[in-house]
Design a binder for this molecule. Structure first.
Ligand SMILES: [Zn+2]
Length: 238
């Protein structure tokens, strides 16, 4: 990813977060210096992060939505300067699969990250909210005690990214979308969605800038094993 165009600024990687690097990170103030649009999580997996129009929001358990403090830390986040003005109408979407398929038809590049903005009235929204994790706790384990909610008839904006398979381990491959209602009362990580008359805006990212973050909790031996060491041993036994 060395072409021109907007830059995606990414803190840490999904692989590190998934293996428990969920403590510490960079400040929200530092993150906002690199973009006005994006998603992530907070120190200790304490809530979902939405950055929209330069403002950072924390959606904590039971969907308590607050403005994030500039000094709050994020161990995993991605932001960009979102400038796409072209509003693309989406067909009626009966569920999240139809919504993502409609977005797929609007994306033009198969090997570049796309920033994705979807707004309108959502007939249905299914959300998840991370509710904290122990230092070193894997993402899969933490997902077992997250908050889930369902809503109908919500005016909201989805914020997120589509990531190509080439970047497996850096970020969620495919779509990773968070959502915030326009009245700032509802939000989270998108698990389900439906709506008619929704509008998409899509921006292809030209560069990816990944920074290490001073996170704690990662099990490096387990990560190395998952990222290929064990695979190598399986392929070349003895
Ligand atoms: Zn998420």
């Amino acid at each position: 990813m060395n072409a021109g165009g907007p830059e995606l600024f990414q803190v840490s990687t999904l692989a590190a977060l998934a293996h428990g690097a969920n403590r510490g990170g960079i400040t929200i103030a530092e993150l906002l210096a690199h973009g006005d649009f994006g998603i992530g999580t907070f120190d200790g997996l304490d809530g979902e992060l939405v950055v929209l129009e330069g403002r950072a929001f924390r959606i904590a358990g039971h969907e308590r939505v607050t403005r994030a403090d500039d000094r709050d830390l994020t161990p995993y986040a991605a932001v960009t300067a979102f400038r796409s003005e072209e509003r693309l109408p989406l067909p009626a979407c009966a569920d999240i699969a139809e919504l993502l398929a409609a977005l797929d038809r609007l994306r033009s590049e198969e090997h570049r990250i796309a920033a994705v903005h979807v707004d309108g009235r959502f007939a249905r929204l299914g959300l998840r909210v991370a509710c904290g994790a122990r230092e070193g706790e894997t993402l899969a384990h933490a997902a077992g005690h997250q908050f889930e909610a369902h809503h109908t008839g919500v005016d909201a904006t989805m914020v997120g990214f589509w990531t190509p398979q080439d970047l497996l381990g850096v970020d969620v491959v495919g779509y990773h979308l968070h959502v915030l209602s326009n009245d700032h009362t509802v939000g989270g990580h998108v698990a389900e969605a439906a709506g008619t008359g929704l509008t998409a805006r899509i921006q292809t990212e030209g560069r990816l800038h990944v920074v290490g973050a001073p996170t704690r909790g990662i099990d490096a031996a387990q990560l190395a094993e998952d990222l290929g060491t064990s695979e190598r041993f399986r392929r070349h036994p003895g």
